[in-house]
Design a protein around this ligand. Sequence first.
Ligand SMILES: Nc1ncnc2c1ncn2[C@@H]1O[C@H](COP(=O)(O)OP(=O)(O)OP(=O)(O)O)[C@@H](O)[C@H]1O
Ligand SMILES: O=C(O)c1ccc[n+]([C@@H]2O[C@H](COP(=O)([O-])O)[C@@H](O)[C@H]2O)c1
Length: 216
Amino acid sequence: MGVGGDSASSPSAFSVDQLPRWGDGRRLRVGLLGGSFNPAHEGHAQIAHRAIRVLGLDQVWLMVSPGNPLKPTRGMAPLAERLASAQALADSPAIVATAIEAGLGTRYALDTVRRLRIRFPHVRFVWLMGADVFAELPRWSRWREFVRSVPIAVAPRPHSNVAALRGRTASVLARYRLPSGQVRALAEKTPPVWAFLPGQQNGISATDLRRSRASV
Ligand SMILES: Nc1ncnc2c1ncn2[C@@H]1O[C@H](COP(=O)(O)OP(=O)(O)OP(=O)(O)O)[C@@H](O)[C@H]1O
Ligand SMILES: O=C(O)c1ccc[n+]([C@@H]2O[C@H](COP(=O)([O-])O)[C@@H](O)[C@H]2O)c1
């Protein structure tokens, strides 16, 4: 369907026409794994595959950010390089690497979700994130509006789960957490709603990969 074929310089290769509408009338379910991908790694692939399986998603987009508003630009590889590393992880047609935010002209997640909803009105989006990012969510721009804009799935991550499940985000959003038995229905729910995805954890990080490359 070609949605993965865009490049950092031509993210406008996306089009609504490229996303099929299921014959049974069901709306396509797409997980958005936003990230710096500096570089992409096995932890990202694991989240994507797990979200497809556990949430019944049709696709996961590895959505390579033009620049996380909270991260320094120093040490950040060029977008095209980070996109290429995400593309190398896309080992199934259901996993799509994209720099669509560069084409949309958005950096803040709330703006991205709003633009994607306009561009893909028939898609049900779910935002995927690791426990570390969920714990830090109150630092995001207009974070309460963000949680009202899209269902959120949180993947466990070593050393971040207590902060995620007992921190400020979880306490503010306590009544919106889906019980574990209902997690599969997350994409169909009206936000605010979030779920913690069960499954194995992976200690890998882009920071460690950059460090180990620098020391070779
Ligand atoms: N090992 C992992 N387990 C769970 N979630 C992860 C893991 N690695 C990355 N993620 C999640 O994937 C998304 C994108 O992460 P990102 O590209 O920043 O990778 P990172 O390894 O966290 O990078 P860095 O170490 O540079 O901060 C975030 O939501 C992050 O929480
Ligand atoms: O919207 C915000 O204020 C905001 C602040 C920090 C991070 N984000 C997004 O969170 C995602 C994870 O970023 P990162 O760099 O931790 O992989 C990525 O899509 C960022 O653009 C978004």
